[in-house]
Ligand binder design. Structure first.
Ligand SMILES: Cc1cc2nc3c(=O)[nH]c(=O)nc-3n(C[C@H](O)[C@H](O)[C@H](O)COP(=O)(O)OP(=O)(O)OC[C@H]3O[C@@H](n4cnc5c(N)ncnc54)[C@H](O)[C@@H]3O)c2cc1C
Length: 399
């Protein structure tokens, strides 16, 4: 801890945290919850905000309360009190990986994590971020300090604390590649401790924090590299963009961040407020991971439906022992769902720039997005016999 206190002073604290303990209540608070929360410092309580205002799909009903926590201690106090009282909770960061029901008020309290300090040591390459730090600000900070390892994760929306939850990844890099440990509030015991990354079962778009109430991430610690170079380029599209000579080449971190942001922007994968292609939860389905025989069966189906040329182009990448990862976006497209499906005027459509993003065109309800998800999933299953699994967390709805 001494190391980081020193470094915070030397390199500055990038923070949205309040240093003055305060509690604010807006709206007509749920009176049964008020006594539980009233003496907790560094929170503000809002009973009027809806999940549509807090999520990037812009759908979702109003919870009983939203508690905004600007320090880790406020998160601990709020979550442990509400857990002890048996009040259902939703831990919320940037709301960019959530699909929430909107047909009736939600019987839960949203705990929004807003503590956002970031500190780093440019010599050792160790970076620490509180859970509420905006993830892309963390990447920007690392890149500005010449630290490599997370530049390929530029532009992913949401908070630092959520990055281990589904082991975020993009352009050949996952947070698992650099995550040392997380500071975790264990919701069963109320204890806070640093938990090594190896204890999180990190895998493709998965950890044992996803779909569970195991704990709340209060901070993350990353081991980055201090030479000013990126992680080895592993993703063909990015390597080509940077005119890399061979696989595994490393490039200056700032150049890689810039290239990633440009590639993502072209696909509508960077949040822009008025751009409905970005009113999404990012990739709506995970890429199917199948054994080679299954992949070959799917390729035969593509051959019958689309011909030899298309079948030979079917993307498939090694994904661990005897496993291949297919492209959900490619399968969706080949199943007949083009970008923008089902077309102008529909409240929920595929992004006009990426077939893997389901988007709200401004007036969609949760049911519109769920109906589109079912149509896509069923269409891909009918054509290729592959069941696509949703990537975001679904709350109060089922596919
Ligand atoms: C345009 C767009 C592009 C995207 N691109 C990518 C991409 O390239 N790669 C990728 O992997 N994802 C991508 N995503 C998905 C999403 O941005 C990530 O999953 C992100 O990490 C979610 O962060 P969040 O803070 O918004 O989480 P939220 O949506 O707020 O929460 C998601 C889940 O994590 C839990 N959670 C949040 N914070 C914590 C915490 N501190 N402790 C414990 N649990 C917590 C929540 O309870 C919920 O279950 C994209 C999303 C969008 C909208």
């Amino acid at each position: 801890m001494h190391l980081f206190h020193g470094l915070i002073n030397s390199y500055g604290v990038f923070t949205a945290c309040s240093h003055v303990p305060q509690t604010t209540v807006r709206g007509v608070a749920d009176s049964s919850l008020t006594p539980l929360l009233e003496d907790i410092a560094d929170i503000s309580v809002d009973s009027e905000v809806s999940l549509a205002q807090l999520t990037t799909l812009h759908v979702g009903a109003q919870p009983r309360l939203t508690v905004r926590c600007t320090t880790p201690q406020a998160v601990v106090d709020t979550v442990t009190r509400l857990d002890a009282a048996g009040v259902p909770l939703l831990i919320l960061g940037g709301g960019s990986n959530l699909l929430v029901a909107d047909d009736e008020p939600l019987d839960l309290v949203v705990v929004r994590i807003e503590c956002a300090e970031v500190s780093l040591d440019p010599h050792s390459g160790v970076l620490r971020a509180q859970a509420g730090a905006v993830w892309d600000d963390v990447v920007d900070t690392a890149v500005a300090a010449g630290l490599g390892g997370i530049e390929c994760l530029s532009g992913i929306p949401g908070s630092a604390g959520a990055t281990p939850v589904q082991n975020v990844g993009a352009y050949g890099v996952e947070i698992a590649d650099v995550l040392l440990r997380v500071e975790l509030l264990d919701r069963a015991t109320g204890q806070v401790s640093w938990v090594p990354a190896s204890d999180l079962d990190l895998a493709y778009r998965y950890s044992n924090l996803k779909f569970t109430s195991r704990g709340v991430v209060l901070a993350i610690e990353l081991q980055l590299t201090p030479e000013g170079l990126s992680a080895p380029l592993r993703f063909g599209e990015l390597a080509r963009r940077l005119e890399a000579q061979g696989p595994g080449e490393r490039r200056p971190v700032a150049a890689v961040r810039q290239a990633v942001l440009e590639l993502r922007q072209a696909k509508g994968m960077v949040l822009i407020p008025g751009d409905h292609d970005t009113w999404s939860a990012g990739s709506f389905f995970t890429n199917p991971v199948v054994d080679p025989q299954h992949a070959s069966d799917i390729q035969d189906k593509v051959r019958r439906l689309r011909g030899d040329e298309d079948a030979e182009r079917m993307p498939q990448f090694p994904a661990g022992e005897n496993q291949l990862k297919l492209s959900a976006a490619w399968l969706i497209d080949r199943a007949g769902f083009a970008k923008g499906y089902p077309g102008e005027g529909a409240p929920a459509r595929l992004s006009t720039r990426h077939t893997l993003a389901l988007t709200n065109r401004g007036s969609a309800h949760t049911a519109d997005i769920v109906a589109l998800a079912r149509t896509i999933r069923d269409g891909v299953k009918t054509e290729f016999g592959v069941v696509l699994e949703p990537e975001p967390i679904w709350l109060g709805v089922h596919i």
